[in-house]
Design a protein around this ligand. Structure first.
Ligand code: FES
Length: 102
């Protein structure tokens, strides 16, 4: 069960024990991470689960995630990801994500 660190919009760091197979968004919302709203429930439509990758590596974004980041998300960066579209694996230990401002 990897520990993922989410940096909330106010700078608070939250270490969350994530379950392999769930999405990073699901892990964050279960832990009440501030700023992860997940309005669409993980359908890659709302971008209210937008995070920036700070440390660690992630698989490439699928086309649906990339399109939502391009057309829906605000304040995007090269490191932007939709946490609902990323499935937790055991190799993600130590991953750090900063919650994007809404
Ligand atoms: S929860 Fe809506 S895009 Fe991720």
């Amino acid at each position: 069960m990897p520990t993922i660190t989410f940096v909330e919009p106010d700078g608070t760091r939250r270490d969350v024990a994530a379950h392999p197979g769930e999405s990073l968004m699901a892990a964050a919302t279960r832990a009440n991470v501030a700023g992860i709203i997940a309005e669409c429930g993980g359908s890659a439509m709302c971008a209210t689960c937008h995070c920036y990758l700070v440390a660690g590596t992630l698989p490439e974004a699928e086309p649906l995630e990339a399109e939502t980041l391009e057309f829906v998300a605000r304040n995007t960066r090269a490191t932007s990801r939709l946490s609902c579209q990323i499935t937790v694996t055991d190799t993600m230990e130590g991953l750090v994500l900063q919650v994007a401002p809404q």
